[in-house]
Design a binder for this molecule. Structure first.
Ligand SMILES: CC(C)(COP(=O)(O)OP(=O)(O)OC[C@H]1O[C@@H](n2cnc3c(N)ncnc32)[C@H](O)[C@@H]1OP(=O)(O)O)[C@@H](O)C(=O)NCCC(=O)NCCS
Length: 178
């Protein structure tokens, strides 16, 4: 399924995205904000492996800006008693930063998560130094719920993690679902 707004399209991954994904993701400024499964340096093999895995999920998307692959965005549903919650994750290649693209992409996937996936809650943890990502989430109506102190070990030291979440505005409808 393709989801779109303005010049931003979320679409399923293609094997042919690997080359550009590897070029854009091979950037220390990106890797330092993501989990270690998204390493720096980032190789073509990393991109091909990730694409193969991402294609198994209906809520993992490539971001296209004006027809070009520009980054990734995903919702990963949790399980057990947390099964009405998903974690949001994303990155955008540096040439595309500060044009409002990720704000648009987060708004699109949040609507998809609530309306199509029936989620009650979408959340993520942002590393303390990632002001741009915190700004994106705030612009999309995510609320800062708290700080998980020294929860992240990255670049050889501990950092605080800031938890942001958004609740489905149609929550009442979901309360009685299985
Ligand atoms: C964080 C990221 C997704 C932002 O994408 P983007 O498309 O540039 O975001 P937007 O343009 O929609 O919004 C960015 C906002 O942050 C602000 N911003 C950018 N750099 C900033 C900084 N260093 N300090 C404070 N605010 C900053 C921008 O001014 C903008 O706010 P504004 O619209 O009020 O001016 C992108 O930089 C990225 O992929 N970074 C690396 C990976 C990453 O951090 N992933 C998220 C992990 S939680």
């Amino acid at each position: 399924m393709n989801l779109h707004s303005d010049n931003v399209i979320l679409r399923p991954f293609r094997e042919s995205d690997a080359g550009r994904m590897a070029e854009l993701a091979n950037n220390e400024k990106i890797g330092r904000n993501l989990r270690d499964g998204f390493p720096y340096p980032y190789s073509l093999e990393d991109a091909a492996r990730h694409i193969k895995r991402f294609q198994q999920f209906k809520s993992y998307f490539a971001i296209e800006y004006k027809g070009e692959y520009a980054g990734n965005i995903s919702l990963t549903p949790l399980d057990n008693v947390y099964r009405k919650t998903a974690e949001i994750g994303y990155f955008l290649g540096e040439p595309y930063w500060n044009k409002g693209i990720m704000t648009t992409a987060v708004n699109i996937i949040t609507k998809f998560g609530f309306n199509e996936m029936g989620l009650a809650r979408i959340h993520t943890g942002v590393y303390e130094y990632n002001a741009a990502s915190q700004k994106v989430l705030e612009k999309c109506g995510y609320i800062k719920e708290g700080v998980f102190r020294k929860n992240v070990f990255k670049e050889g030291r501990l950092w605080d993690e800031v938890r942001f979440a958004k609740i489905n505005p149609d929550l009442e409808m979901l309360q009685n679902d299985q």
